[in-house]
Design a protein around this ligand. Structure first.
Ligand code: NAG
Ligand code: NAG
Ligand code: NAG
Length: 486
């Protein structure tokens, strides 16, 4: 740096600056006290500019004013701290962006962060007079670093800290949001340089956005993609798959895993190879094992096993030809005193061979003595009464059946279950069903019974039969009368 500036004015200025008061004007003989320059008070230079604080944004140009009244022959200098920038019209600093403009104002072009500080305009009088401006440089927000360059992988259950480092003056505020979602704590946004998620969950996966904003310039954003790694979580679509030989059948497991899991299929302990008749399919999280034509050997206890390196998980699915569990759909309130019409449906791919209906008085709130059995048919497990029914065969997948239970007590609550059998065996026992007999017989069965199509058909048949019975004696009478008349 060329600080040895060969300018007389400059050296005069340096001496003025460094000397202790009282200041001495050096071009007089120093040993003669009478030769101290006496100032004419009217000629003392004065600042017309007031000290102040200037604020600019980086890259802007700023002019720091220094207007002096009555400058005389005194040297004006600009300093930044102790560094001399200019002396008189001479520029001392090598900084190209700085120059004197319009009188004695200091211009700084393309303002930089380091330009911030105190700028002093000084008059080299005996008692140097100073004007001090403060320059603040504002910097628009900028994001200088984000965690893992925006790609974060974390294991489920671990604590995750997302960071977003920024620069700017004033220091920017960092706001965290989540793309198309709320933050894991349910809030819309969070303010802070880092965002911590304790014990991340699978659903915390997603894109997080940090936005740096301040009063200066426009805000800037960066995205962090958070990828949660977790061992497979497997659910079966149905735990029992009902089918029949010759039927196409699908076994479905829903597998969530990150990274993606490999899924293998087993029947009992045998790992299944894929064949023309046994195929797998994956659609997103849905893993399907398709049996294109079920054979006797295909029935069994299947499992899908998902493994992604972080863990293993499996679910069992039974493939069976047995009937599904029956669903009892009749009203809980009976219409007769001593009988009850029970209606149920069963899904079975092959014909039902037999139904087993069990019922008993509900003794939830009754002591044993209070319960009296009117007409036990076949006693089963102490107090259950069993009715075995051979149904008419139907090709429909969903089979409906009504059965009248007779010999019941009036106004009494009963519990009943139904089980069905086809050639593959017995179904599970249906959920306990409770019904209560009526306290009086209803003269005309209400609409609700007749609204059932099967029952309606039955009663229509009965009416038709009845009318036929009336027709026969009528014909006889007509025949006899005709005979006698003839
Ligand atoms: C952010 O700044 C801190 C402190 O300087 C540093 O430790 C951290 O690594 C930085 N983070 C990023 C993501 O740049
Ligand atoms: C299938 O096998 C598993 C393991 O042996 C067993 O826990 C499960 O109860 C079986 N499922 C059926 C329907 O038999
Ligand atoms: C049995 O009695 C309890 C209370 O004693 C009552 O809350 C409950 O509803 C009763 N259950 C039936 C089926 O009557």
């Amino acid at each position: 740096m060329n600080l040895m500036y060969p300018n007389l004015l400059f050296w005069m200025y340096v001496v003025l600056t460094l000397a202790e008061p009282p200041y001495i004007v050096p071009f007089k003989e120093l040993d003669n006290a009478d030769l101290y320059v006496q100032m004419d008070p009217n000629k003392i230079p004065k600042f017309l500019t007031k000290p102040s604080t200037y604020t600019v944004v980086t890259k802007d140009t700023i002019v720091l004013p220094c207007e002096v009244y009555n400058p005389g022959h005194f040297v004006l200098a600009w300093k930044k701290g102790i560094a001399i920038l200019t002396a008189g019209i001479t520029k001392v600093t090598p900084e190209e962006r700085i120059r004197i403009v319009e009188g004695y104002n200091l211009e700084i072009r393309n303002a930089q962060i380091n330009d911030a500080g105190n700028y002093i305009c000084q008059i080299g009088t005996l008692d140097p007079v100073e004007l001090k401006h403060t320059l603040q440089i504002l910097i628009p927000p900028r994001i200088v670093g984000i965690t893992s360059n925006g790609k974060v992988s974390a294991k489920k259950g671990s604590d995750v800290i997302l960071q977003c480092n920024s620069t700017g003056n004033p220091p920017p505020t960092i706001t965290w949001t989540r793309k198309n979602n709320m933050l894991p704590n349910g809030e819309k946004s969070f303010v802070g340089n880092s965002y911590t998620i304790d014990s991340v969950r699978r659903q915390d996966d997603g894109v997080y956005i940090c936005t740096a904003s301040s009063t200066i310039g426009s805000s800037v954003s960066e995205e962090i993609d958070l990828n949660i790694l977790y061992p497979p979580e497997v659910k079966e679509e149905r735990s029992i798959v009902f089918t029949v030989e010759g039927q196409e059948t699908q076994i479905v497991c829903i597998v969530h895993a990150e990274p993606k899991a490999e899924v293998l299929w087993y029947r009992d302990t045998l790992q299944l190879d894929m064949t023309e008749w046994r195929i797998t399919d994956v659609r997103g999280n849905r893993y399907t094992l398709g049996l294109r034509k079920v054979q006797k050997t295909d029935f069994g206890n299947y499992s899908c096993v998902a493994d992604n390196g972080l863990g293993k998980s499996k679910r069992f699915i039974e493939v069976t030809g047995r009937p599904d569990v029956a669903v009892i759909t009749s009203s809980k309130q009976g219409r007769s005193k001593n009988s009850y019409e029970m209606l149920w449906t069963v899904k079975s791919y092959s014909p039902i061979l037999e139904y087993k209906l069990l019922y008993r008085q509900d003794r939830t709130n009754k002591s044993n003595q209070e319960i009296q059995y009117k007409r036990p048919m076949r006693r089963w497990d102490d107090d259950w009464t069993e009715i075995l029914i051979n149904p008419a065969s139907t090709d429909q997948l969903e089979k409906r059946r009504t059965e009248t239970i007779r010999g019941l007590d009036s106004g009494t609550r009963y519990e009943a279950t139904v089980q069905s059998k086809n050639r593959y065996g017995w179904s599970e026992v249906s959920q306990p069903f409770f019904f209560t007999t009526s306290t009086k017989n209803e003269a005309h069965p209400g609409n609700s019974v007749l609204s059932d199509p099967e029952l309606r058909d039955m009663s229509i048949t009965a009416i038709n039969k009845a009318s036929k019975m009336i027709q026969i004696p009528l014909l006889c009478i007509v025949a006899v009368i005709t005979y006698y008349l003839a």
